[in-house]
Design a protein around this ligand. Sequence first.
Ligand code: MLT
Length: 272
Amino acid sequence: MRIQLTDVTISYEDSGALLPASQPTILFIHGYPLSRELWKPQMSDLAGSARLLSPDLRGFGESGATPGPYSMELLADDCIAFLDQLGVVQPVIICGLSMGGYIAFALFRKYPMRVGGLILAATRAAGDSLEAKTNRDKAIVLAEKEGVEAIVRLMLPKMLASRTYTSRHELVEHVRSILLSASVPGITGVLAGMRDRPDSTSLLSQIEVPTLLIFGEEDQFALQPEVEAIRHSIRGAKLHWIPDAGHLPNLEQPAIFNSLVQEYLATFTKHR
Ligand code: MLT
């Protein structure tokens, strides 16, 4: 399905608006440099429990691309324009993976009334260090000079758990094909946006919605002490580490990921 926002076309999947109004809506926000394909195992298995929406962010998957930079706030604005166009005005659960988590923080900062719950996967609250900012600039130059394939060569070896690389070739190739669907403006746009994103650490104590944190035990981007600090700062947050998963726990271990979401949804619905 496609929807036209002011300056860009967004492709998305919607599991259906026909569930009873008492059922929550989950907005899935993918990470970098991925697409809504990331959420396939959730879109198929969780459809009976909530309305599930998964857009391709601008510059990724089948959505249109515009010249960058794409700040996390711009991408949060896109999410709200997308929800508005679908007539979803009640608060939704935001499920963001990695950069999707940065966008979830931007949504919480700018549109707190639209956020009814948070599922944060493989993400960070801190902003980029100076070294990380320099690496973003290098990656921008690489993408501009050598294209999407060079970024895929850089990113693919960092995304998954060691056992996934050695024994699950189909999954590795699937992730490669998702990464290859990104566009150069999308890649450079969000690299600049992530480089300049604000530190969200001070926001954490203001989060009062039910929050579930899910991380892969072998995530190369999210380090344990930092993740524990996020859990301590968000009141009542529940944290789960998934074994044999790296940066994409929902794809590498979908059964575990989905059962955690189901459990979360059960308490979420009870407490509404
Ligand atoms: C992501 O998966 O979205 C990225 O690894 C986030 C980042 O580079 O900070």
